[in-house]
Write a new protein. Sequence first.
Length: 96
Amino acid sequence: GSVHYKFEYRVSDPHTGDEKSQFEHRDGKQVKGGYTLKEADGTTRIVEYESDPHDGFNAVVKRIGHAQHPAHYKNEEGDKHGGTSYIGITHYGYGH
């Protein structure tokens, strides 16, 4: 028979600053899901993905917020503003 499941969870710990969540749903050979993660620099990473035999694995990655760094921080380009937002799309073969 085909596989079916659905799950989700969330962690929000004010003492450690740990904030993350994940969800996933599978209906036969199609999987959809995503997760969020608060990064050490204060930004939030959001990943949403889908996978099926026809289109393979596809993920969209987003980063929201502005990076917060210590006052002495300076990146390689010398940019004192910090923080880069990006959106990326990743495609992988299915079942390889």
